[in-house]
Every structure is written in C-alpha cells, then in structure tokens.
Design a protein around this ligand. Structure first.
Ligand code: X2X
Length: 344
C-alpha cells in the first residue's frame, strides 16, 4: 500500500470512529463465545448448555458460536466467583445455579430457604410467575441479561455413615455444603458439622472420607456416581431446590443485532424447557423409577413420613426467619403467596 493511500485509509477509519460508526454490529462479533457451566454434558445441567449452544448456532446461521467450559474452568473451579466473572466479561454466558450466584445476589437465596417449596408445582409457581420476573429484574440490575430458567433440582441428603431419619441422626456428621452462608446456618441448626467446599474439591473429600455427607440433586448424584465415593445412605427430604438461570454478559448482549438477541433468547427459553424435563426424568413419573436405579447401586433410600419431615422443618424455622429478613421479607411473602396459590 502506498503511504498516501494508507494515510487516507487511516484518516477515514479515525473519522468513522469519531462518528461512532466504528462499532458496526457485525464487526463486534467474536469468533467464539465462552459458556460457563459447573458440570458437563453427562449431566442434565451441562446438557442444557449444549442444547442452548446448538439452538443458537442454528437460529443465527452460525453467526454466534459457543464453546462450553464445564467445571467452571474459566474461574479455576471456584463456582462462587462465576457471577462476578460474568459481569466482568471473563465469561460471556452461563447456565448457572441460583446457589452459586447468591453470594453476589442475595435475593437468589430465596430458593435455598429450607422447606419453602414442597413440590415441583411450587418451583414452577416461583420461576414461571411474578417472583421469577422480579428476580430477572434484579439480575438485570446486577449487570447480566437473564433469559430463561432451568433446573438443577431438589437437593437430597446423603452420607457414608448411617440412615438419617431425624435431626438427631445428623449430629456430628461432617457435611459438605455449597457457597452460601445460608447452608451453613441450616446444617448447624440441624446439629451437623457443615463445611463449605467447591464441587471440584468435594468429590475427592467424599472418596477419602474427609467429609461424611453432602446434599445435591439426584441428577448430580447419579451422573457423578456418588455411590462410588461412599454415599450409601440417601434421605429424601426435598428441603430446597436450585433453579438454573440462562444468562449473557451485558456487553456481549449489546454487541449483537436485535434479531440475533431474539434468537439467543428464544433458544434459551426452548433449551430451558427441555433441560427441566431432562432434570426431572425418573423423578416425576409414577413410582419415581430413578430411585430403583439408585437402590440397585447399593444405596439405602430413606423416605420420611410427614411427621418425620416436620421435625426437620421445625429445627430450621429460625434459619428461615433470619434469612427471610436478609433476602427481603416482601419478596419472600410474595413467594409464599404464589406457592399457596399454585396449581398442581
Ligand atoms: O456444587 C454443587 O453442589 C452443585 C454442583 O450442585 C452446584 O453447583 C450448586
């Protein structure tokens, strides 16, 4: 290129930039977008991310390409930092658990209030109703673009020592919990010895016996084969469930054309619906066939009578009251009402 042509071209580019035309939408697209996930495609959660990525590629004719980063590898496995990394743009998009983001967005602790949601209809009444909309507005304010709900699931209690039927049975059990202090409060109230640990660190800790127990959805329990790391006693208590949220970093979102944004949103909504169905498989059909598979692996499954369950509810009421205030009494009231009015 001749010097003169070069100078003219440079001047033209500078003028375009000054006019704000240098950020033409098509130019701003990255060749690849990074999606963060705690677990991979062997899990319903990771599958949801994969479905979303496929649908986005299809609906945008390949303009938006997504690569999956399971194991929260973009943040060295520290799932409690995922939300901050999303906001900062270290992560472009994610399918994340409300639990992992609750250290930054306190309202998301709602789903971790012990024994708030008695059944799947109760989860749906929150995520698919006014409460879900309000939480999306909160997430938007916090700096990300929320698009759809998914589901990790009801978190059931397992341990290596003995069957748990009452809070007394939990006395002294060392239980791995996730990154919200609400979980420490709940397990302390039940007489257990909770210890906070990332999912990556938890599995070797079960294997070595450094911790006795944990709580996670059945889809995680089976796909991670927790029966192979001493988790031989399982109690179905349905005390909390964590939804998943499909989100995009705000700058990334703004760099896309309105049509592509709509395509990504539709893809997330469709993927969320499919992901929830996968997460509930074996748990919502008559007889809950998934538990037969779990029992076949040598796991003792304990189902609580309503009275037995009530003892756990009672023991955790003070934690519920304390955290209701921290989450926001208005939001929790709204959630309680939505659940009371739910359709089966
Ligand atoms: O760490 C967990 O227990 C997990 C995998 O369920 C979450 O990321 C919330």
């Amino acid at each position: 290129m001749q010097l003169r042509t070069f100078l003219t071209a440079t001047a033209a580019a500078a003028t375009l930039l000054t006019l704000g035309l240098g950020t033409a939408q098509a130019q701003a697209y990255k060749s690849e977008y990074r999606m963060s996930l705690v677990v991979g495609t062997a899990f319903p959660w990771g599958k949801g991310g994969e479905i979303w990525a496929h649908k986005v590629k299809e609906k945008t004719q390949g303009r938006i390409n997504i690569k999956l980063y399971p194991g929260v590898s973009l943040i060295q496995g520290d799932q409690t930092r995922e939300f901050s990394a999303l906001r900062q743009g270290v992560i472009d998009m994610a399918v994340g658990s409300t639990i992992n983001w609750s250290p930054q967005v306190k309202q998301l602790n709602l789903f971790s209030l012990p024994f708030l949601m008695p059944d799947y209809a109760a989860i749906d009444a929150l995520t698919q109703g006014e409460v879900g909309k309000q939480l999306f507005a909160t997430l938007d304010k916090a700096g990300v673009v929320p698009l759809a709900w998914g589901e990790n699931g009801y978190r059931e209690l397992s341990n290596s020592k003995h069957a748990v039927k009452s809070p007394a049975d939990m006395k002294g059990l060392k239980i791995r919990v996730v990154g919200s202090p609400l979980f420490v409060d709940t397990f302390t109230a039940l007489g257990a010895n909770p210890t906070q640990m990332s999912w990556a660190d938890a599995q070797p800790a079960f294997a070595s016996g450094a911790v006795d127990g944990q709580e996670n959805p059945m889809s995680i329990f089976t796909a991670a084969k927790l029966h192979n790391v001493n988790q031989k006693y399982l109690t179905l208590w349905g005390y909390v469930a964590d939804p998943l949220v499909f989100v995009v970093n705000k700058e990334v979102w703004n760099s896309w054309t309105p049509a592509d944004r709509e395509a990504v949103r539709q893809a997330a909504i469709e993927a969320g619906k499919e992901q929830i169905a996968i997460a509930r498989k074996g748990l919502v059909e008559p007889g809950q066939p998934l538990f037969k598979d779990i029992e076949a692996n040598g796991v003792t499954v304990t189902r609580l009578s309503p009275q037995e369950r009530e003892a756990f509810v009672k023991a955790t009421r003070p934690v519920y009251a304390k955290w209701k205030a921290q989450i926001g009494a208005d939001l929790v009231d709204k959630a309680e009402k939505a659940i009371a009015a739910r359709k089966p």
